[in-house]
Ligand binder design. Sequence first.
Ligand code: SF4
Length: 438
Amino acid sequence: MNVYDSARMADVLRPLGYGPVDRAEDADMIILNTCHIRERAAEKVFSELGRLRLIREARQAEGRDTLLAVAGCVAQAEGEEILARAPYVDLILGPQTYHRLPEMVARVARAGRTIIDTDFPVETKFDFLPEDAAPQTEGNLTAFLTIQEGCDKFCSFCVVPYTRGAETSRPVPSIMTEASRLVESGVREITLLGQNVNAFHGLDGEKTVTLAGLAERLGTIPGLQRIRYTTSHPRDMDQSLIDAHRDNPLLMPFLHLPVQSGSDRILKAMNRNHTADEYRDIIRDLRKVRPDIALSSDFIVGHPGESDDDFEATLQLIRDVTFASAYSFKYSPRPGTPAAGQAFQVDEDVKDKRLAVLQALLREQQDAFNASLLGTTQDILVTGTGRKTGQLNGRSPYLQPVHFEGDPALIGKIVKVQITKQFTNSLGGIQSKETAAF
Ligand code: SF4
């Protein structure tokens, strides 16, 4: 979501004459868009600010000014701390106020001191963002689109409800307009974003539309070929969304569905509001309607109170479900969250050991999944040329990077590729004779 937000910040600043540059040394304004989800990410902000300060001083010596801003969730949660530790920062703004950036830039020039704006404004930023620009990635063929923000779930370990605020969904017409513009500009694959994306309940006039309904409406946009969504919560995986994986051909057979732990005791302590078996049931139902669906997940090891048995239950869930990929982390206490103050914090060396065991199992499953595709023919969205001459890059339905030899005229098309090689984080193939590009 920060990638999306950064692009939207660039959109609101463009009318003021700002445009992107490659090096901080050349920038009249530097915005650090920050993440607060893990301790390390938040700490990195302060070391990065120290580095940027030196760049600013060097520019100052040459008579050039640099506006320094911190945006995103660290700014939201630790605005005062930033002010104390890095008083040279000009602007501190949260994720819900970046549509006010032009006004803040004007104010900072007048005020001559740090401006902080970490409100949760009544107005939604989406009503104030320019409509004529859109964030795009991978050769302008894939794009993120935020449809929902915030969260009301209050998992014990998570800062999101405090930094992004309460769960809100964008109205459907505004999403459709942005999606249509993206597709008109060449985008073929859209990833719908939200902290709790499958809790989406956007209004279309008087009617409330679910994520399944939104995906169906998006399917009517000519030229859009793929839809993904992330990140989901198991509690919001309703039957209409499960059925959409059978009925909506644009929905890719790949789902990121975080479970965090396989132990009911820890799931309860995490306030996840579901059991490990309920998670297994959702996966079973998904595989029933879409047998080729592959799963990805998030895992936290070492949540306060996690015993060896709890950890073993997580390993068992992984063995039962089998994942094509996953993100796994050691628990780190985030200030202000319920878990941070709990007794029975797990020792760091225990967390290290558990993480290594868990990641080895997940790696094994990822390799096995990639190996299972060898010899199969996959639809690959061609996103650009590769590093080697004559090579094209693309992405599979399962988000794997795939390299193969082909005509650059295929960029932007979906072609059939027979998978012949497996690398650590990518696949290789040859364009299939039955290529029916569209
Ligand atoms: S559902 Fe996700 S975003 Fe919401 S509190 Fe839990 S982990 Fe955080």
